[in-house]
Design a protein around this ligand. Structure first.
Ligand code: AMP
Length: 115
């Protein structure tokens, strides 16, 4: 079995509502959405957080951000605005230690739409 929940989703060992995929990234809906659009974007290679990803592979971080922008387009929120959030560490509320971008949008975003 894969190590983290998101590796299990990438490996199709557990189901997810996948909205977009590239060679290096996967985007799927958050199971507990905090905005009408709430999609998670993960790199297929595991890093614990965005700092580790940025240091190890800036190109892969760019892939994650480009996938986030593509998801915003597909979800119809790119023009009116959306939020991209990387919770990093316990105090930020990170619960899954496989780096992921929260893409939040679909109406004015309040403080609850923090990913
Ligand atoms: P974070 O708290 O930033 O680590 O984000 C983890 C996110 O993963 C939370 O927003 C959860 O709602 C979400 N999540 C947990 N389990 C699943 C799942 N099986 N499929 C999709 N999203 C999930």
């Amino acid at each position: 079995m894969s190590e983290t929940l998101f590796e299990q989703i990438i490996a199709r060992e557990i189901p997810a509502d996948i909205v977009y995929e590239t060679d290096t990234t996967l985007a799927f809906r958050d199971i507990n959405p905090r905005a009408s659009t709430h999609v998670l974007v993960v790199p297929k290679t595991r890093y614990r957080n965005v700092a580790e990803l940025a240091e190890a592979d800036a190109g892969l971080l760019a892939d994650v951000l480009n996938t986030a922008a593509k998801v915003a387009e597909l979800e119809g929120v790119a023009d009116k605005g959306y939020r991209v959030v990387f919770n990093t560490g316990e105090d930020a509320g990170q619960t899954v230690f496989h780096v992921h971008a929260h893409v939040l949008g679909g109406g004015p975003l309040g403080p609850e739409a923090r990913g």
